[in-house]
Design a protein around this ligand. Structure first.
Ligand code: NDP
Length: 479
């Protein structure tokens, strides 16, 4: 097969100024954290990008108090139309500064610039635009004539879509009249801290959004704080369970968006070329660091060999490397810890007897990397069929009938996403009805839109984000 040499096409770093040190954003101002500072690194090079202050429980207390004061004195008294103006302003600033955000996200997270530029940042702005539109229409959302916010919400987000997850949480909370204490993930705090600057630029009243950096202990301090009315968490199922235990018996509300082991189901009448692209998008987008990734491929036995062969051919063309290069398809793994997790699960897959294949591409010397990998001969009991790998690794299983496909797809503790590839509309509807998954894509995968609710069944969590349903989680009388 011919291969093409691409000239380097690096995006310039010059559009973004990374400070050497970042404090906490509390009450509209930068303050020093009283915990132990930590470093955030570029996972593609291991270069230290900045020192980040850690918020101690006392700092979290300060942030919660600032959020409470802002809620009582300003934000809960403001009309929805006025809140909406701030959201529109934030959305427009995100668009204006999109290039800066895209480069910073790629530096801190390791994901390819073409994804931050074309997916993460535009979608983050779209979430603010969408929710800006809701702010003055909540009485018509179907939650009664005068729906009320919870008050102060604690938001804890992961490292896989740092700014986008912030937008999923901050936009609906502000639109509904809540104030916020948000903690970004330890390995990817920089775009959240740049977002704090956007709040200042938009002249958002002080204390409405507070951003505290730190690791699990800082997150725990938010969860445990008695001044928090609601927790919105996205991350691992393990930490989600701990949070649910911590708030049990308190008056705190919670929404949990946890892990997944999505099935991408391919029937023998599916258009193979489009399907192969969809499978690639489903699991190799964002290095597979996606909770709703199509990490289990269920393919009808009669076409399994052909699909695997074509997939291998397509994976051989994926370009792995410098995330700032506009031609890069697969970037760096976000951290050494995540690389170790992926490696150990992949080793387990081989030890349990599945057949491992990777695209054999050269990897950079420094940084954290993993080749696009495919396992065939996977059975349902293998760990790689049951556990979330959260990396560029696809497990391929086969089925014969639609009933068998449904049984296998649902045979997981998770229930976040699924995909169906077939020519038959009636089969899509029947399958979608049977699948225990919060989102089911038909002849496509990993499509996101702020108007569409997203969330899970079973151990993938509870509550929805996005769309009209997502507003409910930020209004009284809800979960
Ligand atoms: P975590 O669940 O540990 O992290 C998610 C967020 O929760 C981070 O901000 C984290 O802080 C914070 N956190 C950690 N411990 C606590 C705690 N006790 N109380 C409150 N907040 C806490 O995910 P990991 O980064 O450890 O990733 C582990 C696995 O989780 C991955 O391999 C993947 O399978 C899954 N995952 C799923 C995600 C999803 O979107 N569903 C997203 C991320 C991970 P900090 O990062 O600073 O430690």
């Amino acid at each position: 097969m011919p291969t093409f040499e691409y000239a380097p096409a690096p995006e310039s770093r010059a559009v973004v100024d990374v400070d050497s040190t970042y404090g906490l954003f509390i009450n509209g101002d930068w303050v020093d954290g009283r915990g132990t500072a930590f470093k955030t690194v570029n996972p593609a090079t291991e270069e230290v990008l900045a020192d980040i202050h850690e918020a101690s429980p006392d700092d979290v207390d300060l942030a919660v108090k600032a959020a409470r004061t802002a809620y009582t004195r300003v934000w809960s008294r403001m009309s929805g139309a006025d809140r909406g103006k701030y959201l529109f302003r934030i959305a427009r600033i995100l668009q204006e500064r999109a290039r800066e955000f895209a480069v910073l996200e790629t530096l801190d997270n390791g994901k390819p610039i073409k994804e931050t530029r074309d997916v993460d940042i535009p979608l983050a702005a779209a979430h603010f635009f969408y929710h800006a539109g809701w702010a003055d229409k909540l009485s018509y959302a179907g939650y009664g004539p005068d729906p009320r916010p919870h008050g102060v919400v604690g938001q804890i987000i992961p490292w896989n879509f740092p700014l986008l997850m912030l937008a999923w949480k901050v936009a609906p909370a502000l639109a509904t009249g809540n104030t916020i204490v948000l903690k970004p993930a330890e390995t990817t705090p920089l775009t959240a801290l740049l977002f704090a600057e956007v709040c200042q630029q938009a002249q958002l009243p002080p204390g409405v959004v507070n951003i505290v950096t730190g690791a699990g202990d800082t997150g725990q301090a938010i969860v445990d704080h008695p001044g928090i009315d609601k927790i919105a968490f996205t991350g691992s199922t393990g930490v989600g369970k701990m949070i649910a235990r911590s708030i049990a018996g308190t008056r705190k509300k919670a929404t949990l968006e946890l892990g997944g082991k999505g099935a991408n189901i391919v029937f023998d009448d599916a258009p193979i070329d489009q399907t192969v692209e969809g499978i690639v998008r489903g699991i190799f987008f964002n290095q597979g660091h996606v909770c709703c990734a199509g990490s289990r491929l269920l393919v009808q036995e009669t076409v399994a060999d052909e699909v695997v062969r074509r997939l291998q051919r397509r994976l051989s063309t994926l370009r792995v490397g410098d995330p700032l290069d506009k031609n890069t398809d697969v970037g760096a793994i976000n951290s050494r810890a995540q690389l170790d997790r992926i490696t150990s699960l992949v080793d387990a897959g081989e030890a349990e007897g599945a057949e491992r294949w990777d695209n054999g591409c050269a990897l950079p010397q420094r940084g954290f990397w993993f080749r696009p990998t495919l396992f065939s001969g996977v059975t349902q009991t293998h760990r790689i069929a049951q556990e979330e790998i959260f990396g560029p690794v696809l497990s391929v299983l086969t089925f014969r009938t639609p009933q068998e496909a449904v049984a296998k797809a649902n045979n997981t503790p998770y229930g976040l996403s699924a995909g169906i590839w077939t020519d038959k509309g009636s089969r899509i509807l029947w399958m979608a009805d049977q699948l225990k998954a919060g989102v089911v894509w038909a002849n496509t995968f990993n499509q996101f839109d702020p108007t569409s609710p997203f969330g899970g069944y079973k151990e993938s969590g509870y509550g929805r984000e996005g769309g009209r349903h997502g507003l409910e989680a930020y209004l009284k009388g809800s979960i």
